[in-house]
Design a protein around this ligand. Sequence first.
Ligand code: ME8
Length: 509
Amino acid sequence: MSRTFYITTPIYYVNDVPHIGHAYTTLAADVLARYRRLMGDKVFFLTGTDEHGQKVEKAANSAGETPLELADRVMKRFDSLWAKLGIEYSDFIRTTQERHKAGVSHIFSQLMNKGDIYLGEYEDWYCTPCETFWTETQLIDGKCPDCNRPVEKLKEESYFFRMSAYQEQLLAHIEANPDFIQPKSKRNEILAFVKEGLRDLSVSRTTFNWGIPVPGNDRHVIYVWFDALSNYITALGYPDQSGNFKDFWPVDVHLIGKDILRFHAVYWPTFLMAAGLPLPKKVFAHGWWTVEGQKMSKSLQNVVEPNMLIDKYGVDAVRYFLLREVPFGLDGDFSHAALVNRINSDLANDLGNLLNRTTAMINKYFAGVMPPCGELDDTDSAYRAKSVAMLEGVAGQMGELAFSKALQCIWEVISAGNKYIDETAPWTLAKDPGKRERLATVMYCLAESQRLVYSLLAPFMPATSAKGLDYLGVTSAPDQATLAWGGLAAGTNITKAEALFPRIEERSE
Ligand code: ME8
């Protein structure tokens, strides 16, 4: 029986258009989803859009649209970017869909009925852009501690979620499950936050209308984070607990940016506890991208538009760069120079060049037909061992969501291939008819090692992987069974490869 694997991205607000930060989270989720599929898992990969709340209502007002018109328009921009970026999601949830609204109302009623949600009154400092209330002591210089923008004092009747009642249970869960919140530094921040004490959480608003009404009291709409977080189960059909919910909950990984960790590692687990549902297995918070050293912002006009990058450099180069350049979990800086450098050195020089050399030699020396492999000498065995070790190495790194290190494992074998050619000097072997079998063995090892390389590249660079495998005469998509040494058959036709990634000579602006 195959394992199941459920992975989610945040659902993105429709008051902003997609930029490289959103693309990053969704891409990482796609790579992991594709890797798990390659390893034989039954995968459910969820993304979507967060369409309610005051921010969306305000953005729609200033654009002269209804909130739903705005959501329809912006949601399409996200979806078309995902198509262009090669994202293969299983489901795209919109919080304005009936299935979601019905699920959220159900959870809210359930918690009201058991007394975990009650009516009270609220007075505190509110940050509209963050949709978050803050206490006096949490403010920094009188401003929002998250975004540093002004806050306003709000007093309103509000429903509260009895979050304080779940503090001890949450603390015990975090302590008993070291992998629940990753990376570790983030886990420590959350532990410290929970230990400070959890207050009951305001979970309804009366100051605007664009949201899901509180069941039985439609003067209130449900707080946007209560609404949004529930998407992870409403998309599985909750409150129906059969079907996808049964197969995929609890989620294997919620992938998010570090900005929204508290919502996922504190609020969400306590909502789930109250609803009597199992907690996520893992919440992984990745770092933040800056651009050429500066925070990305509309006012600085430095927002990196992924469509433009893909048009200019190609989708696989962008996919590779984003996951290779920065260790997952740390902050990183985007620059065109760094991207061009990665394309020229890693993709053109190392990866592409090795395939060109190999396929050209097989065509020159063996008329493009894969010769059988003879006995391996020490050099061949070492190269084979390195190639085989890559399978384990990548598996280990992917288990840790260490995408950059997984790619490094693959690139070590690519470098070893280029070195292997220099060491075995096939052009010298070719001059000696007595070394024909030796030459065949070298060609076999080179092609077979690269078959494994291109198979493992499938989750990261799907089109490049397919092209590389095609040059190597492999016609079926890689799977768990083909991820072993020796799969390439003698007699296979090998085509001389074109440059997969031509060097980029001009310096980018
Ligand atoms: O927070 N670097 O939506 P959102 C890296 N609707 N990642 C970035 C980034 C950057 N500079 N900027 C954004 C919301 N992101 C809520 C989520 S989930 C139930 C509700 C990514 O549109 C990162 O994943 O503001 C971050 O968490 C997410 O976009 C925030 O997207």
